[in-house]
Design a protein around this ligand. Structure first.
Ligand SMILES: [Fe+2]
Length: 345
């Protein structure tokens, strides 16, 4: 039997029988494929949730498309946000991944009810799960903070990873909290200092996260407005050392890199040549905004040419790349979907 397989089900845009897109790992015996198909059509809960009648014996109800998992397949992702709610059906077949920000599924308050789920956001997430894989993209871990990890937050995230069967999860190489309370937030994600002390501290901190996680954990490169002086490493070397020692992967945000090109003068090709691209499982592309002379990671409309020009370099070099995700803010859905999504998809 296949060691791993993934199933996505979508309805063709022109109508007709729904398609089950089954991805198997490369070592699968072809004789096992009928068993996988029977497992899908015989899953009465799944078929019922899709409004279909399946027959395991005659394998009716779905057309099947079989392809290899991972090998030469880079999926397309769109960060799930409320503007996609009414168009979730159109995700089917168009995107493979819809990364979810778990922090937006919960009440934005402190205290015992902080992790109560918001009904609307959770309903949208469940419906998205029937159409795409859902990696988690957290924003509250505050990896760069010096205070102890928020154990309850991490536990909630890891439970969600299990519940949503997320293939991986991520957060940012940044500090979003100073002290134990979010009220002490600096108001923006601050990059960490790339020096030896911070590296040692983060290797231990990220190592604890990786040890507890059953799925790969990725760190996203940050967008910055200023550069700290007298650092020991540049960002690619810091990320390489941290990921190697802590056992995590990289979520490479190409627009964040472009922010740093425009704000700090970073050389993007040198950056990509120094980063260990083998660690990259996911790439972000997005649009930004000039704000008082700084380029902001505002997720404002489509990704620009400077960002997209870097994409082929990464796709060629990142041997384990699974997904390219387009991030846009729901307030800019019209601009993003009329231009950016077409470019990405
Ligand atoms: Fe990003």
């Amino acid at each position: 039997m296949a060691k791993q397989f993934e199933v996505g089900i979508f309805k063709p845009k022109g109508g007709g029988i729904p398609v089950a897109d089954i991805r198997i790992d490369a070592g699968t015996d072809v004789n096992d494929i009928p068993k996988i198909i029977t497992g899908v059509t015989g899953n009465s809960d799944l078929m019922k949730s899709l409004g279909l009648k399946g027959c395991p014996a005659c394998k009716s109800g779905l057309d099947f498309r079989i392809r290899e998992l991972y090998d030469n397949v880079v999926g397309v992702g769109v960060l799930l946000n409320p503007s996609l709610d009414s168009g979730l059906d159109s995700l089917s077949g168009a995107v493979d991944f819809a990364p979810v920000i778990p922090d937006r599924l919960w009440r934005a308050i402190d205290g015992p009810d902080a992790y109560c789920r918001l009904a609307g956001a959770w309903d949208m997430t469940r419906r998205a799960k029937a159409r795409a894989r859902l990696p988690l993209h957290a924003i509250g871990l505050s990896v760069g903070s010096a205070d102890p990890l928020d154990d309850r937050y991490l536990t909630e995230i890891l439970d969600l990873v299990q519940e949503l069967d997320s293939p991986w999860w991520s957060d940012h190489l940044a500090t979003v909290r100073v002290g134990n309370h979010e009220v002490d937030s600096p108001g923006v994600a601050l990059p960490v200092v790339y020096d030896k002390d911070t590296l040692d501290s983060l290797i231990a901190r990220v190592g604890r996260i990786v040890d507890r996680s059953a799925k790969p954990f990725l760190l996203e490169n940050p967008a910055a407005f200023v550069e700290y002086p007298e650092q020991d490493f540049d960002e690619p070397e810091f990320l390489n050392r941290l990921c190697e020692a802590a056992g995590c992967g990289v979520l490479l945000d190409l627009h964040n890199l472009i922010c740093n090109v425009r704000n700090l003068g970073t050389d993007p090709l040198r950056y990509l040549s120094r980063l260990d691209l083998n660690r990259v499982l996911e790439v972000h592309v997005a649009g930004g905004l000039d704000m008082y002379g700084f380029w902001s990671d505002a997720h404002f409309g489509p990704a620009d040419a400077a960002t997209l020009e870097l994409l082929p370099i990464v796709v060629r070099g990142a041997t384990h790349l699974r997904c390219v995700t387009f991030e846009f803010h729901e307030a800019r859905a019209a601009q993003a979907t009329s231009a950016g999504a077409e470019i990405v998809v």
